[in-house]
Ligand binder design. Structure first.
Ligand code: ZN
Length: 436
């Protein structure tokens, strides 16, 4: 089975990715708690990922694993006993990490704990308060404007106590211990593009790769944002030198063009590979330099690690009006865009898997290809010309400095054509692989 081909039909898998998102959408997730466990449990129906529990109070570099948060119910009732804000209707209604509350109060007092977005009056905002004790409700601005003076009953049935931070990891061993890392954040409640789309993509990527014979080992991480990647890095520091390439996966279901944010190194193989794929896609795209703001690349690319980890998204976080609101819903993420994003990730994997650097065993003048059956034996005329040219390019750049990807970029020939030419030359004993 092949990793990727332009002829694959990604429409059916796009629908399955969307279906998984629908399944996960109602769950109230946070950086800790049963919402994360429930989410990982659903993913285990697709891939054999392991879950890990890191106890509250564990020191992870400069951070400490916080108390675990769980919530059973939360609402605000008016004096008639009607629920005017109800967590059961939407997980975004509750300020994530709200402490337990049971109290009656006036509208003025209640308003100190209500969050809305004035210029998006139909959307519920997403708000959190992980590291300072607070409580609150999020609602549409329209809902807020409709609340009359009254005595309100606030009820939040939550726990904030010693427990664990939960994350999921699936390690897929390959021929070498060198790894490709794919990581996504799993801490957001009912929000689809940010980041159920990333969770779904990583799951289906792993599902696709797990039955193949692969050169690299693969690590798929499902971790809460920031504290999760810090915890993983602190607990797995000895594994990080194996990470040769990596991508932070987020925001891959909206209709925007692809955006690639380079690794801190800026010229890593992952950077060259993603840029190559986007440049040759025929689609509009944007390349962004690294900046220490964004998703978990902030941690993977911190100076003490400086790992070759970039981030491939569609519209970047914060640059679409639905971002971190209830409008980032099941309609906002499109099955064909999810499938199209998976296609890009597989194309990238396909190149990384085959991107060897070669040295010619016969570097002085051209070797005589004809007597080895490596010249003039190709199919149709146009095809033949391209394949001959690819063969010559591969041989000419086989000096141990150029990878096949460099050869594809420099010749303007398709990576697959270059790869096939190199394979034939390698089988024919004219090339040796380097360790790069
Ligand atoms: Zn977010």
């Amino acid at each position: 089975m092949t990793i990727y081909s332009k002829t694959f039909d990604f429409a059916p898998v796009g629908l399955q990715m969307h279906e998984l998102i629908s399944h996960l959408y109602p769950i109230c997730r946070s950086i800790t708690g049963d919402g994360v466990r429930k989410t990982l449990h659903i993913l285990q129906q697709h891939i054999p990922l392991k879950t890990y529990e890191v106890p509250t109070g564990t020191q992870v570099f400069d951070w400490t694993i916080p108390r675990e948060w769980n919530v059973r119910d939360a609402y605000v009732k008016n004096s008639q006993g009607e629920k005017v804000i109800d967590f059961q209707q939407h997980s975004l209604h509750l300020l994530n990490y709200s402490i337990p509350v049971k109290k009656k109060m006036s509208l003025t007092e209640l308003k100190k704990h209500l969050f809305t977005i004035q210029d998006r009056p139909d959307s519920i905002p997403y708000r959190t308060s992980y590291y300072s004790d607070n409580w609150g409700f999020c609602l549409t601005h329209k809902q807020l404007e409709g609340l009359p003076e009254d005595e309100y009953e606030v009820y939040i049935d939550s726990n904030l106590e010693a427990g664990n931070l939960t994350y999921g990891e699936y390690y897929l061993p390959g021929e070498t211990e060198e790894e490709i890392l794919f990581t996504c954040h799993i801490c957001h409640p009912s929000l689809c593009n940010d980041n159920l789309s990333g969770i779904s993509l990583v799951t289906f990527l792993a599902k696709h790769l797990k039955s193949l014979d692969l050169r690299y080992s693969y690590r798929f991480l499902f971790i809460p944002g920031t504290i999760g990647s810090i915890a993983w890095l602190a607990l797995n520091e000895n594994r990080t030198s194996y990470i040769k390439h990596g991508l932070v996966v987020a925001g891959v279901g909206d209709e925007g063009k692809f955006n690639y944010k380079k690794s801190r190194r800026g010229d890593a193989q992952i950077d060259k590979t993603v840029i190559h794929v986007l440049q040759n896609s025929g689609e509009d795209y944007q390349i962004n330099e690294f900046s220490p703001y964004g998703y978990d690349e902030r941690q993977f690319c911190s100076p003490g690690f400086n790992l070759p980890v970039g981030s491939l998204t569609r519209t970047p976080f914060g640059q679409y009006p639905q971002y971190h609101t209830s409008a980032d819903n099941l309609d906002f993420v499109k099955p064909d865009k999810l499938g199209g994003s998976l296609a890009k990730y597989l194309e990238i994997v396909d190149i990384l898997e085959h991107n060897y650097t070669y040295i010619s065993t016969n570097p002085k003048c051209e070797p005589q290809l004809g007597k080895r059956g490596l010249y003039g034996n190709f199919g149709g005329t146009q095809d033949k010309k391209t394949k001959e040219l690819a063969t010559l390019w591969v041989l000419n750049l086989a000096d141990g400095k150029y990878s096949l990807l460099d050869t594809s970029d420099r010749s303007g020939l398709d990576f697959a054509v270059i790869r096939d030419a190199a394979n034939a030359l390698y089988q024919g004993g004219l090339l040796e692989r380097t360790n790069n």
